[in-house]
Design a protein around this ligand. Structure first.
Ligand code: SAM
Length: 472
């Protein structure tokens, strides 16, 4: 296969996405022999991950037997590597000022509405509400505006949030989703303790990218594409990628994403820490009908399952852009992190409390409260996790990946998930919730394989429920 050839483009730090190559590969992959696809699936079943050429063959197969195997292996990987843990987080929108004109986004600078940037007091108010929902991990989000929302403002937000201490703990990990920037700014973010730097490529299809980013700094495809290279240079080794599904051919996008991951692995020894799979949602100031590549549910499910096969150790994030039914389904085949109780509006948590009208970036599809989501996850046999231990103990980048690949996730992450869920139940749950949590925890304890760790976790959980001790 031609694609086996020269992969020198992966180390091209200016632009490692070659449109003709990806399109050619998708075309060529349609002829992959059935026996070849079987071998690819066998490899995925051994948790070895797949390269983008193998992924192209899975994306283009139409064989129902292969498709059924893709879903069943995705489920096996999910169960084997991640067990029943689901990491919880919530977004925090701090500023919706934006200098870009992005056709899909309500922050588009030509769209007029009452824009806001939160003061530090308003940030504290939002964080108090997020903390009262039990969140320990947030994704800080902002539009791009170097004058109104410069990097120093983002750093101040982070310091303010990390400085806040509550009776039940604190926000312990701040992931940041802000526009592509320069190495110097990534260094500053690293210095104040960023969790993951998240940036969606939106689309890897350059002509589409240039069309939907009508004007503004974000219009520069290559600058956006190479943001993670600069983030690594600035000392951030946990980076989270994603595409906004709905802008271009979804199979092209998956290959772009996987080539990006391989590029990072080659250059920095570690690929994406997480991959997000946002699908385009209706938003003020845009008409979703104008986007010809909207992804239907069936294709979306296949894509999530194929990404799970491709990068078994990379966390996969699903937001409240998806509805309850789709979230429940995708949790089974690969998603490991979900948001809960989210607002996509600047100051939205306080507005919700005061029943004020919102100006969301886009309209969410899962309106359940965090407590409802967490209770339902437990009913479905999951363990919602509020753990941030890897980050707090410096296990980031390739150090996290080595732990994941060693198969130790169950011995390390599961006990932490069970302890943080116990703390959550103790701090935020009513009597009924506590009982349900205790049942879920008891059912999951035997899954900790190492006996010493299992016994220790059980003792710690007893202490959390009986004497309120915490943060083991
Ligand atoms: N300003 C940063 C940037 O340039 O990447 C952060 C962007 S924004 C706060 C976070 C993400 O929301 C965007 O990267 C985009 O993928 C997503 N988004 C924007 N409009 C959306 C829509 N209508 N539906 C779903 N997601 C959307």
């Amino acid at each position: 296969m031609t694609a086996e050839l020269d992969r020198a483009f992966l180390t091209n730090t200016k632009n490692f996405i070659d449109q003709a190559y990806i399109e050619g590969l998708l075309e060529e992959s349609k002829n992959t022999a059935s026996s070849e696809i079987e071998k690819i699936l066998d490899k995925a079943e051994r948790f070895e991950g797949l390269n983008h050429i193998e992924i192209a063959s899975l994306l283009t197969t139409k064989d129902p037997v292969h498709n059924a195997r893709i879903f069943s292996i995705a489920g096996e990987i999910k169960r084997h590597i991640y067990g029943n843990r689901i990491v919880m987080f919530a977004p925090l929108y701090v500023s919706d000022y934006c200098v870009n004109r992005c056709a899909y986004c309500s922050y588009n600078c030509s769209h007029e509405f009452g824009r806001r940037k939160l003061s530090m007091d308003e940030i504290r108010e939002e964080v108090k509400i997020l903390e009262s929902m039990g969140h320990k991990r947030i994704a800080l989000e902002a539009g791009e505006h170097d004058e109104i929302c410069p990097i120093d403002y983002i750093l101040d937000c982070m310091k303010t949030i990390y400085d806040m201490k509550f009776e039940n703990g604190a926000i312990r990990r701040i992931n940041v989703n802000i526009a592509a920037t320069k190495v110097e700014n990534y260094k500053k973010l690293a210095d104040v303790g960023i969790g993951t730097y998240i940036l969606f490529q939106e689309t890897y299809h350059q002509p589409t990218y240039e069309k939907v980013h009508v004007s503004g700094p974000k219009k520069d495809f290559t600058y956006h594409l190479t943001a993670f290279d600069r983030a690594h240079e600035g000392g951030i080794d946990d980076v989270g990628g994603g595409v906004l599904f709905g802008l271009a051919d979804p199979y092209y996008e998956v290959l772009g994403l996987m080539i990006h991951n391989e590029h990072l692995e080659k250059e920095f020894n570690v690929g994406f820490h997480t991959i997000s799979v946002p699908r385009l949602c209706p938003a003020a100031g845009m008409d979703i009908e104008n986007f010809p590549h909207l992804v239907d549910d069936e294709t979306f499910e296949r894509i999530v399952a194929i990404i799970r096969l491709a990068v078994p150790f990379t966390g996969m994030i699903l937001s409240t852009r998806e509805n309850h039914r789709m979230r429940t389904k995708l949790l089974r085949m690969g998603i490991s992190q979900i948001s809960a109780g989210s607002s996509t509006d600047v100051g939205g948590y306080a507005k919700r409390e005061h029943q004020e009208a919102a100006n969301p970036q886009f309209f969410v599809n899962d309106e359940r409260t965090a407590l409802e989501i967490i209770s339902e996850l437990m009913d479905d046999g999951y363990i919602p996790s509020f753990c941030t231990a890897c980050y707090r103990s410096g296990r980031t980048g390739d150090r996290f990946m080595s732990l994941a690949k060693s198969g130790q996730i169950k011995n390390v992450c599961l006990p932490n998930a069970l302890m943080t869920l116990s703390e959550y139940a103790e701090d935020y749950g009513d009597l009924l919730f506590k009982e349900r949590a205790q049942v879920a925890i008891k059912n999951s304890l035997p899954e900790i394989q190492n006996e010493i760790i299992r016994t220790k976790a059980a003792q710690n959980i007893d202490k959390i429920f009986s004497s309120g001790e915490r943060d083991f």
